[in-house]
Design a protein. Sequence first.
Length: 116
Amino acid sequence: MSDCLFCKIVEGKIPSSKVYEDDDILAFKDIHPARPVHILVIPKKHITSLATVSPEDAPVLGKMLAKANEIAVAQGSPDGFRVIINTGRVGQQEVPHLHMHIVGGPDPVGPMLKRV
Ligand code: AMP
Ligand code: ZN
């Protein structure tokens, strides 16, 4: 997608701080980290969100999850982490290219959500 921020990062047209890359996925540091470790993992192929995935996207989604621990440990979160995938309006997704946040660090990341 020509006008997609994260596609431009995949294409190298916008710089990023890459921490992992293979044929299918890219991981880079979030520009505004919310925790000491805050990595975004994206499919290189443009997928808008979890609300628009197709059955053939299952392998790349699995790969993103399967790589999460390795990336988290390498970035300084050896005792676990949290994965977040904000989706659509209700999920308050800001960038419309599917991305998985890995947040962590030396200390617990905090409560999951404020209870209603
Ligand atoms: P979300 O609200 O789930 O769509 O998250 C989008 C994330 O992308 C935010 O945490 C931003 O800080 C991050 N972000 C936006 N632009 C960039 C960029 N150029 N490089 C790295 N992270 C970015
Ligand atoms: Zn894109």
